[in-house]
Write a new protein. Sequence first.
Length: 179
Amino acid sequence: MDSNVKRDLIIGLLIVLLIAGYFSWSYYEKSTRKLDGFRPWNSDALPSVQGGTREKLSIDIETPDGATSTPTGVAVPISVNKQGSYAFRVFEIQGNNNKYVPSVIVVNEGDTVDLRIKAIDNAYDFFLPDTGSYRKVLKGETGRLQFSAASYGQYEFFCRDSCVGRDKVGGTLIVNKLK
């Protein structure tokens, strides 16, 4: 075989290998990319909006349906109105001593949450970035906020504006999968 033909075959083979390597690498990158493009550093992140906090559940808490035994710090609904597989759940939390009490709310996917926020010692606000839900409550007042717990996951809520200069005031919303 002529040396020019050998050289052309080797160059052609190298080009084919480079192209195959590029497509393999591209496929690998796409298949291993995190689902949440806003927080690629967080291996527990689930798809959310920019600024969202949705993650895989780190704790397993049963959704309370009233005056059942729940762990300390978990809100027990004032009322639960089930409509098929979904429910309308009413909760009350208080802002007091730079914290929400209780600080954990547990619901199921698809539930509608009616939250009553009572500000005891200062003005507080409730912000859930994943749903865009926001409500400011002045000292001594009670405010209401409704939102839909659409997707399973663990979310952070916090006092965004009224608590500036105070310790971080926040809590957790846990949305369990429907069983």
